[in-house]
Design a protein around this ligand. Sequence first.
Ligand SMILES: [Mg+2]
Ligand SMILES: [Zn+2]
Length: 173
Amino acid sequence: MSLRGNKAVFFDRDGVINEKLPEDRYVTRWEEFRFLPDVFRTLRHIKSRGYLIILVTNQRGIARKLMTEQQLQNIHQCMQAALELHGCSFDRIFYCPHDIQDHCYCRKPRPGLLAMAEQYYRIDKANSYMVGDSAGDVEAGRRYGIKTIRIGTRDATADYSVGRLEDILNIVT
Ligand SMILES: [Mg+2]
Ligand SMILES: [Zn+2]
């Protein structure tokens, strides 16, 4: 770790790491979790370039009682085990279990989930990125004070917009 701290890439989960289910449906069991293409290769490269990789995910299915916190943790344990086989598990996972009307500080677009990393690391914000497929991911990254990459849509509010996850390898160097 340098004096400036750790550079990190924060990733959204649904629609970035795994296939998103149709609106109002949530991944509630490992059997429903499908990795998107090129996830292993991309994460492995990012790690090899010296970045921490940190997952930050809104999971209001918990507040809505569509799944329990234990179910979510089971999914993440299985996900980490699968990533580990490819040498690219996440260094930390932070999730927001709240609903919109809870007005918590952690639900993206608020930056609280990202700030949780500071309990464990000194984050070198000037050299860190937020990667997501929604406007709320970009806003959370911007409010936290790091560079932002929007996947799948051109986004004027993001520092970069790319078509596919693997394209971030040209940016996060
Ligand atoms: Mg998403
Ligand atoms: Zn929250």
